[in-house]
Ligand binder design. Structure first.
Ligand SMILES: [Zn+2]
Length: 278
Protein backbone atom coordinates (compact mmCIF):
# COMPACT_ATOMS: atom_id res chain seq x y z
CA UNK A 1 0.00 0.00 0.00
CA UNK A 2 2.12 2.90 -1.24
CA UNK A 3 1.79 5.95 0.95
CA UNK A 4 0.79 4.03 4.06
CA UNK A 5 4.04 2.25 4.90
CA UNK A 6 6.80 4.33 6.50
CA UNK A 7 10.31 3.63 7.65
CA UNK A 8 10.78 3.72 11.42
CA UNK A 9 13.85 5.10 13.14
CA UNK A 10 16.17 2.56 14.71
CA UNK A 11 16.12 3.41 18.40
CA UNK A 12 17.68 1.95 21.53
CA UNK A 13 16.63 2.89 25.05
CA UNK A 14 19.12 3.58 27.86
CA UNK A 15 17.07 4.16 30.99
CA UNK A 16 15.23 7.42 30.35
CA UNK A 17 17.40 8.30 27.36
CA UNK A 18 16.78 7.28 23.76
CA UNK A 19 19.55 6.76 21.23
CA UNK A 20 18.55 6.80 17.56
CA UNK A 21 20.80 5.52 14.77
CA UNK A 22 20.83 7.83 11.74
CA UNK A 23 22.39 6.48 8.56
CA UNK A 24 23.87 9.29 6.51
CA UNK A 25 25.04 6.97 3.71
CA UNK A 26 26.42 3.58 2.76
CA UNK A 27 28.88 2.35 0.15
CA UNK A 28 31.98 0.28 -0.58
CA UNK A 29 35.39 1.11 0.86
CA UNK A 30 37.70 2.12 -2.01
CA UNK A 31 40.48 -0.42 -1.23
CA UNK A 32 40.39 -4.22 -0.70
CA UNK A 33 39.53 -4.88 2.94
CA UNK A 34 42.60 -7.06 3.50
CA UNK A 35 44.73 -3.92 3.04
CA UNK A 36 42.93 -2.32 6.01
CA UNK A 37 43.62 -5.32 8.26
CA UNK A 38 46.81 -6.85 6.82
CA UNK A 39 47.23 -9.38 9.66
CA UNK A 40 43.69 -10.79 9.56
CA UNK A 41 43.35 -14.47 8.65
CA UNK A 42 40.68 -16.09 6.48
CA UNK A 43 39.19 -17.67 9.62
CA UNK A 44 38.95 -14.27 11.33
CA UNK A 45 37.23 -12.76 8.28
CA UNK A 46 34.73 -15.64 8.21
CA UNK A 47 33.87 -15.16 11.89
CA UNK A 48 33.46 -11.40 11.43
CA UNK A 49 31.24 -11.90 8.39
CA UNK A 50 29.07 -14.30 10.38
CA UNK A 51 28.71 -11.72 13.17
CA UNK A 52 28.02 -8.74 10.89
CA UNK A 53 27.11 -10.05 7.41
CA UNK A 54 25.86 -6.72 6.06
CA UNK A 55 29.41 -5.28 6.13
CA UNK A 56 30.47 -7.66 3.36
CA UNK A 57 29.39 -6.68 -0.17
CA UNK A 58 28.40 -9.14 -2.90
CA UNK A 59 31.94 -9.12 -4.30
CA UNK A 60 33.63 -9.52 -0.90
CA UNK A 61 34.28 -5.80 -0.59
CA UNK A 62 34.03 -3.91 2.70
CA UNK A 63 30.60 -2.27 2.71
CA UNK A 64 30.41 0.65 5.13
CA UNK A 65 27.61 2.59 6.76
CA UNK A 66 28.23 6.18 7.81
CA UNK A 67 26.17 6.77 10.95
CA UNK A 68 25.41 9.48 13.42
CA UNK A 69 23.51 8.96 16.67
CA UNK A 70 20.94 11.27 18.21
CA UNK A 71 20.71 11.10 22.02
CA UNK A 72 17.79 12.58 23.88
CA UNK A 73 16.42 12.66 27.42
CA UNK A 74 12.61 12.82 27.14
CA UNK A 75 11.77 15.53 24.61
CA UNK A 76 14.69 17.70 25.69
CA UNK A 77 17.52 19.02 23.52
CA UNK A 78 19.31 16.53 21.26
CA UNK A 79 23.00 15.65 21.35
CA UNK A 80 24.26 14.38 18.02
CA UNK A 81 27.34 12.16 17.88
CA UNK A 82 29.17 12.64 14.57
CA UNK A 83 27.82 14.42 11.53
CA UNK A 84 28.32 12.07 8.57
CA UNK A 85 29.88 12.55 5.15
CA UNK A 86 27.83 15.65 4.38
CA UNK A 87 26.22 16.98 1.19
CA UNK A 88 27.45 17.11 -2.41
CA UNK A 89 30.79 18.94 -2.46
CA UNK A 90 31.64 18.19 1.18
CA UNK A 91 35.19 17.54 2.37
CA UNK A 92 34.60 13.76 2.03
CA UNK A 93 33.33 14.07 -1.55
CA UNK A 94 36.55 12.83 -3.18
CA UNK A 95 36.13 9.33 -1.68
CA UNK A 96 32.83 8.88 0.18
CA UNK A 97 29.36 8.27 -1.33
CA UNK A 98 28.02 11.83 -1.05
CA UNK A 99 25.43 13.20 -0.75
CA UNK A 100 24.52 11.95 2.70
CA UNK A 101 20.94 11.92 3.97
CA UNK A 102 21.30 12.93 7.62
CA UNK A 103 18.69 15.75 7.43
CA UNK A 104 16.11 13.26 6.06
CA UNK A 105 17.05 10.72 8.73
CA UNK A 106 16.50 13.34 11.44
CA UNK A 107 13.12 14.22 9.97
CA UNK A 108 12.15 10.51 10.03
CA UNK A 109 13.14 10.48 13.71
CA UNK A 110 10.97 13.55 14.35
CA UNK A 111 13.91 15.82 15.20
CA UNK A 112 14.18 19.41 13.97
CA UNK A 113 17.75 20.64 13.28
CA UNK A 114 17.06 23.49 15.73
CA UNK A 115 16.57 20.91 18.51
CA UNK A 116 20.20 19.78 18.20
CA UNK A 117 22.04 21.68 20.93
CA UNK A 118 25.36 19.83 20.82
CA UNK A 119 27.35 17.82 18.27
CA UNK A 120 30.16 15.61 19.56
CA UNK A 121 32.67 14.85 16.82
CA UNK A 122 34.41 11.61 17.77
CA UNK A 123 37.31 12.77 15.61
CA UNK A 124 38.06 15.12 12.74
CA UNK A 125 38.06 12.68 9.80
CA UNK A 126 35.93 14.09 7.03
CA UNK A 127 33.38 11.23 7.02
CA UNK A 128 32.35 12.15 10.59
CA UNK A 129 31.99 15.94 10.37
CA UNK A 130 30.24 16.65 7.05
CA UNK A 131 27.01 18.23 8.33
CA UNK A 132 28.83 20.09 11.15
CA UNK A 133 30.85 22.25 8.71
CA UNK A 134 29.13 25.64 9.10
CA UNK A 135 28.83 26.40 5.35
CA UNK A 136 26.96 23.06 4.87
CA UNK A 137 25.25 22.67 8.23
CA UNK A 138 21.55 22.85 9.14
CA UNK A 139 22.60 22.97 12.83
CA UNK A 140 23.10 26.70 13.26
CA UNK A 141 22.98 26.89 17.06
CA UNK A 142 24.69 23.68 18.16
CA UNK A 143 27.96 23.79 20.04
CA UNK A 144 30.49 21.42 18.48
CA UNK A 145 32.61 19.37 20.88
CA UNK A 146 36.08 18.15 19.92
CA UNK A 147 39.28 17.15 21.69
CA UNK A 148 42.24 19.53 21.87
CA UNK A 149 44.62 16.89 20.47
CA UNK A 150 42.63 16.65 17.21
CA UNK A 151 42.45 20.44 16.86
CA UNK A 152 46.23 20.59 17.38
CA UNK A 153 46.83 17.81 14.85
CA UNK A 154 44.88 19.64 12.16
CA UNK A 155 46.40 23.00 12.97
CA UNK A 156 49.83 21.42 12.47
CA UNK A 157 48.82 19.46 9.39
CA UNK A 158 48.09 22.25 6.94
CA UNK A 159 47.86 20.01 3.87
CA UNK A 160 44.55 18.79 5.33
CA UNK A 161 43.51 22.40 5.71
CA UNK A 162 39.79 21.82 5.13
CA UNK A 163 39.16 20.67 8.67
CA UNK A 164 40.81 23.74 10.09
CA UNK A 165 39.72 26.41 7.63
CA UNK A 166 36.14 25.26 7.03
CA UNK A 167 35.25 23.70 10.39
CA UNK A 168 37.40 24.90 13.29
CA UNK A 169 37.93 28.56 12.35
CA UNK A 170 34.28 29.38 11.50
CA UNK A 171 33.07 27.60 14.66
CA UNK A 172 35.53 29.60 16.78
CA UNK A 173 34.35 32.81 15.08
CA UNK A 174 30.73 31.90 15.88
CA UNK A 175 31.59 31.02 19.48
CA UNK A 176 30.32 27.45 19.00
CA UNK A 177 33.48 25.36 19.40
CA UNK A 178 33.98 23.56 22.72
CA UNK A 179 37.45 22.07 22.99
CA UNK A 180 38.03 19.41 25.66
CA UNK A 181 41.16 17.83 27.02
CA UNK A 182 40.14 14.36 28.22
CA UNK A 183 36.92 12.97 29.74
CA UNK A 184 34.06 15.41 30.25
CA UNK A 185 30.31 15.51 30.97
CA UNK A 186 28.21 16.83 28.07
CA UNK A 187 24.80 16.80 29.79
CA UNK A 188 22.79 14.58 32.12
CA UNK A 189 23.64 10.94 31.29
CA UNK A 190 26.03 11.82 28.44
CA UNK A 191 29.80 11.88 28.84
CA UNK A 192 32.74 11.90 26.42
CA UNK A 193 35.69 9.62 27.11
CA UNK A 194 39.08 10.23 25.52
CA UNK A 195 40.07 7.15 23.47
CA UNK A 196 43.15 8.25 21.49
CA UNK A 197 44.81 6.24 18.74
CA UNK A 198 42.59 6.29 15.66
CA UNK A 199 43.40 10.00 15.75
CA UNK A 200 45.30 11.80 18.55
CA UNK A 201 42.07 13.27 19.93
CA UNK A 202 39.60 10.47 19.24
CA UNK A 203 36.75 10.35 21.78
CA UNK A 204 33.78 8.06 22.43
CA UNK A 205 30.44 8.92 24.05
CA UNK A 206 29.11 7.01 27.07
CA UNK A 207 25.36 7.19 27.67
CA UNK A 208 24.20 5.91 31.05
CA UNK A 209 21.16 5.88 33.29
CA UNK A 210 21.02 3.58 36.31
CA UNK A 211 22.39 0.17 35.30
CA UNK A 212 21.87 0.80 31.58
CA UNK A 213 24.71 2.02 29.43
CA UNK A 214 25.63 2.47 25.79
CA UNK A 215 28.89 3.51 24.15
CA UNK A 216 28.96 5.35 20.83
CA UNK A 217 32.29 4.10 19.58
CA UNK A 218 33.16 6.37 16.65
CA UNK A 219 36.16 4.74 14.96
CA UNK A 220 37.46 3.04 18.10
CA UNK A 221 36.46 0.06 15.96
CA UNK A 222 35.45 0.18 12.32
CA UNK A 223 34.72 -3.49 11.51
CA UNK A 224 33.31 -6.48 13.43
CA UNK A 225 36.70 -8.17 13.05
CA UNK A 226 37.92 -5.75 15.76
CA UNK A 227 35.07 -6.72 18.08
CA UNK A 228 36.33 -10.31 17.89
CA UNK A 229 40.02 -9.42 17.76
CA UNK A 230 40.66 -5.99 19.35
CA UNK A 231 44.41 -6.52 18.89
CA UNK A 232 44.22 -6.56 15.06
CA UNK A 233 45.99 -3.52 13.66
CA UNK A 234 43.88 -1.28 11.42
CA UNK A 235 45.79 0.57 8.69
CA UNK A 236 43.63 3.66 9.20
CA UNK A 237 44.73 4.21 12.82
CA UNK A 238 47.20 7.08 13.32
CA UNK A 239 48.84 5.29 16.26
CA UNK A 240 47.97 1.57 16.17
CA UNK A 241 49.45 0.85 19.61
CA UNK A 242 47.42 3.57 21.36
CA UNK A 243 44.34 2.63 19.34
CA UNK A 244 44.65 -0.97 20.48
CA UNK A 245 45.05 0.08 24.13
CA UNK A 246 41.98 2.35 23.93
CA UNK A 247 39.92 -0.33 22.15
CA UNK A 248 40.90 -3.15 24.51
CA UNK A 249 40.12 -1.07 27.61
CA UNK A 250 36.78 0.21 26.30
CA UNK A 251 35.60 -3.23 25.17
CA UNK A 252 36.67 -4.90 28.44
CA UNK A 253 34.73 -2.27 30.43
CA UNK A 254 31.72 -2.64 28.15
CA UNK A 255 31.63 -6.42 28.58
CA UNK A 256 31.78 -6.14 32.39
CA UNK A 257 28.90 -3.63 32.44
CA UNK A 258 26.87 -5.17 29.60
CA UNK A 259 27.17 -1.90 27.68
CA UNK A 260 25.51 -1.76 24.25
CA UNK A 261 27.82 -0.61 21.46
CA UNK A 262 26.59 1.90 18.87
CA UNK A 263 28.98 1.82 15.94
CA UNK A 264 29.76 4.09 13.00
CA UNK A 265 30.58 1.84 10.10
CA UNK A 266 29.43 -1.74 10.83
CA UNK A 267 26.47 -3.35 9.06
CA UNK A 268 24.30 -3.31 12.19
CA UNK A 269 24.05 -0.14 14.28
CA UNK A 270 23.76 -1.68 17.76
CA UNK A 271 25.71 -4.61 19.21
CA UNK A 272 25.09 -6.21 22.61
CA UNK A 273 27.98 -7.25 24.85
CA UNK A 274 25.80 -9.63 26.83
CA UNK A 275 23.26 -12.22 25.71
CA UNK A 276 19.77 -10.72 25.61
CA UNK A 277 17.54 -12.15 28.35
CA UNK A 278 14.60 -14.52 27.64
ZN1 LIG B 1 35.10 6.78 10.11
Amino acid sequence: MPGTIFRMPLTHTVGRLTVTALQDAEGPFPDPRQESFPDATAEQWAAADALDPAACGAGGEWWLRYRSYAIRLGDGPVTLVDAGIGPEGSLAADWAPVPGHLPDELATAGIEPSEVSAIVLTHLHNDHMGWAVPRDSPFKQARVIVQQADVDAYRANRHQAGQYDLLIEPLVAQGRLQVLDGDHAVSSGIRVLATPGHTPGHQTVLVEDGDDSLLVTGDLLVHAIQLLHPDLAYAGDTDPGRAHASRAKALATAVVRGTTLAVSHLGEAFHATKKPGP
